[in-house]
Every structure is written in structure tokens, then in C-alpha cells.
Design a protein. Structure first.
Length: 135
């Protein structure tokens, strides 16, 4: 079974680039266009990792990370935050327990794929095998 990754960004080209790269690496990719959509998706789809932009409508990436951390169904999910160059984060923002890495845009898709592999190497898959075996 492959790991499931939720990619969240309000910019379609970022979603496309990350989705293509991660699918090419063998991951199952689901997407969301804002933080609220991502939170609902995470609760329903149970991703193994979330990659989120920081600046989005309705709920930003840090608010999403805090919301995921505060729910026992999603508190274990590691989060990677993407930030536009020039958008500074406070020390408090980078101390959110489930935020494993903050990356600046523009980023290297290959670098993201390597980071994802590193973050997921000890993470069991999200229970998809149970769903598929039952089907």
C-alpha cells in the first residue's frame, strides 16, 4: 500500500506540480484548495502527511496545523508548511508540534519528494489496506 498525502494550496499550478511529482514517486495524492477544505478532507481521507501553503483563504496553513493537532483523529499527521519568500514566521509559529518542516517558495519538487520520503519512512500507511481488504 502507498502512503496518502494531502496537498493544500489555493494556487492551482502549485497543486498540479506537487501532485504530479508525488504521484510519480508512487504516493496517492489528494488535494484541497483552502484550510477548511483540507481539514474536512483530512478527517475523511486520513492522509499520512499534509503539505500546506501558509497563506490561504478561510483558514491558513498554520491554523490548519493547529486544528489537525487538536483533533485526536488527525493529531499524529505530520505537516509540511510552504511559505512565500518574504513571509516571515515567528518562533511561536514554527513550534507547532506537528509542523515538521517549513519550506520557502519557490521550492524544488525533487527536494519535496525527498523530504516526504524521509518523513514517511517510519510512518505506517493510513489504514487503507483495511478498507481495500474489506471491499
Amino acid at each position: 500500500m502507498t502512503h496518502r498525502i494531502l496537498v493544500v494550496d489555493d494556487e492551482a499550478h502549485i497543486l498540479k506540480v506537487l501532485s504530479l511529482k508525488l504521484r510519480h514517486c508512487g504516493y496517492e495524492v489528494i488535494t484541497a484548495v483552502d484550510g477548511e477544505d483540507a481539514l474536512h478532507t483530512a478527517l475523511n481521507e486520513k492522509p499520512d502527511l499534509v503539505i500546506t501553503d501558509i497563506q490561504m483563504p478561510y483558514m491558513n496553513g498554520l491554523e490548519l496545523a493547529v486544528s489537525l493537532l487538536g483533533n485526536k483523529k488527525t493529531s499524529h499527521i505530520p505537516v509540511v508548511v510552504l511559505t512565500a519568500r518574504g513571509h516571515t514566521l515567528s518562533a511561536c509559529d514554527t513550534k507547532i508540534e506537528n509542523v515538521k518542516k517549513v519550506l520557502s517558495k519557490p521550492f524544488s519538487p525533487r527536494g519535496i519528494a525527498e523530504l516526504v520520503a524521509s518523513l514517511l519512512q517510519d510512518v505506517p500507511n493510513s489504514g487503507q489496506s483495511v478498507t481495500r481488504e474489506a471491499a
